[in-house]
Ligand binder design. Sequence first.
Ligand code: SF4
Ligand code: SF4
Length: 392
Amino acid sequence: MRIYEKDILVILNPFFFVYVDMIDYFIRNKNMTNKNIYEVIIRCQEPQYINILTKKFNIPFDTIDFLLGLKVIIPIEQSWTQGFYTTLDIEICTHCNYRCDYCPVKISPKKPQLMDNKLFAEIIDKANNFPSITTINLNAYNEPLLDPELLDKLNIVSKTKLKIILNTNGSLLNPDKFDAIIKCNAVKTIHINIPSLDEQIYQKKTGTRNFFKTINNINYIIKTKRDVEINLVVLDKNIDKSIKKFYRYYKNNSNVNIIPGIINDRAGLLEGEYSQRLQINDKLVGCNRFINYLSVSVNGDFFICCQDYFQREIFGNIRDGTIENIINGEKSIGLKKKVFGEMESSPDFICRKCDKMRLGQLKVRANKYQILKKQEPDSQNLNTGYSMNLRF
Ligand code: SF4
Ligand code: SF4
């Protein structure tokens, strides 16, 4: 039975504007009538009964079906309980052997702590039972290769549907360690963060003398041509110049991708040359990070996101129940409402200092403008004031 045969009340997904690119893609590829889709998007900024949409505004059933399937519109009672979680970040240890210039570890390193394998196994088991999660990162400002039980953890993951992205500075990824990691068959991608191909700059930026050791490790990994994606993530403020050097150096290695990394001030934490001094006082508009990623601390707490170095915005613990229970719990929903501007947040709320929110605001404005332009004006719109609702 089609869901809209019951006359349910639907609303535009509160996360929609973060996903407007996706809907554009589907519209182009499915050859839908854009006008109807935009009509629904605009109408459903306020709750609407499906019968009203189909009968009064002549929206075809197929369009409603398509948009419900994509979660562009959703039954009103599901407004804040859903997400699009694909990735789980797990803090398997709290420390790092580097002190990078652009990282909070340099200004406030944490006391070394390791996640025990029993807790790790519980997290993995619950993530494996959560259908949309496919990817695990072993990070939260740490170096995962410092965990002496890393291989045991990889073996736990290898028995599940999940795949790991190993984010590392590469200094401890020597040939033996790399071969042992690959043998566990849990890692599908390795991201090696590397700020420069210049030894002196590398030393200055990372606070280590590990340049040649790391480059040798990378060269070994490339040479083995194992079935793993290798991404060199270049973290440099002068990214254009720096990235050209990387391309030149690795141009003959088709199994390596060079990726520009993003440096920000971690929601206001970094000072000096990395400081962005953001303070967003407008209504918050949401952030895809919070509905795509989940972050779990070394003691099993769920915290808002990777920008929260001190893990201040906690909304549950893995021992509280299933992942579904936690993300649909009161604390998680309250936090989502704050991030998406449905609920008031204090001036020092982390998202108010974060450049991802700033970029999100610009994107939402651009997307709303784009939708406004695509919506053909008609007398009904003018009469109902919908065009006014979309002003920014
Ligand atoms: S290697 Fe990564 S976690 Fe360690 S200090 Fe550098 S940026 Fe931070
Ligand atoms: S806006 Fe920044 S701090 Fe807030 S959820 Fe997104 S990434 Fe995290």
